[in-house]
Design a protein around this ligand. Structure first.
Ligand SMILES: Nc1ncnc2c1ncn2[C@@H]1O[C@H](COP(=O)(O)OP(=O)(O)OP(=O)(O)O)[C@@H](O)[C@H]1O
Length: 231
């Protein structure tokens, strides 16, 4: 397995509180890793550090053989634009743009984008491209947000509670789609959630508590997203 992302004793402090308390971790290429943990355990903070959205207090983050935690703002912005996609719980679409315009914002200059037509077919959003976010359901908005995040063919896709605002049916669909995108385009996905069913679909499950990873389990028998059972 090829290491794509690595953290070395990464810490994030807010005041005296260590929200991420010295995490060393290697993420392998073309895997689907779930970061599982209760509210406040530090999942989003860890995800945001690994995706370059926030700075560490100490420790290093590597992308392949480069220390991205030492990058200048402009180097980091360039890296994010080319290699990183983010999907959030609340979609973060621009309300004054149509679905199609929102997706096309994601195309990064200098990179060969994925085929727009193939992507919208995969995500089953062909019929809603001319609509504005307010005219779409939550599940549709999240599929548009995923298309926007992946159209530039990022190597890394970070999903922070990406199904947190969706019902069972739409959650299953989104998780299924993310697995399809991983297989079709060789992406590496990190998905933070407190949902143990989503964790069962992953290749690897990291369990966080109080800013630390307490368990790191390779999931030998991942279940299909369709087979997740909602409580
Ligand atoms: N910008 C910030 N300033 C101060 N404290 C913060 C900040 N961001 C996060 N925290 C604190 O860090 C801790 C971890 O937050 P984080 O959002 O990483 O947890 P989480 O596991 O993702 O939680 P949730 O599942 O509720 O999103 C919390 O106690 C939170 O209040």
């Amino acid at each position: 397995m090829i290491a794509i992302l690595k953290s070395e004793y990464v810490k994030k402090k807010y005041g005296k509180e260590s929200v991420v308390d010295g995490i060393s971790l290697t993420i392998y290429d073309n895997t689907f890793t779930v970061i599982l943990g209760p509210s406040g355990s530090g999942k989003s903070t860890l995800l945001n550090i690994l995706s370059g959205l926030i700075q560490t207090t100490s420790g290093k983050v590597w992308y392949e053989d480069k220390v991205i935690s030492n990058y200048s703002e402009s180097q980091l912005a360039k890296w994010k634009r080319s290699e990183v996609g983010n999907v959030f719980q609340n979609y973060m679409l621009l309300n004054n743009l149509t679905a199609e315009e929102n997706i096309k914002i994601g195309i990064a200059s200098g990179k060969t984008p994925l085929s727009f037509d193939r992507l919208v077919r995969m995500l089953e959003i062909e019929s809603i491209l001319a609509k504005f976010p307010a005219q779409l359901s939550g599940g549709q908005q999240q599929r548009v947000a995923i298309a926007r995040a992946v159209i530039k063919a990022p190597r890394l896709l970070f999903c922070d509670e990406a199904t947190g605002a969706l019902d069972e049916e739409n959650s299953k669909k989104v998780v299924e789609l993310l697995h399809s995108l991983k297989s079709a385009f060789g992406m590496t996905i990190l998905f933070a959630t407190h949902n143990t069913q989503i964790a069962k679909t992953a290749d690897r499950i990291l369990t966080m508590n109080n800013g630390l990873i307490h368990k790191d389990v390779r999931n030998e028998n991942p279940i299909s997203a369709k087979d997740m059972v909602w409580g």
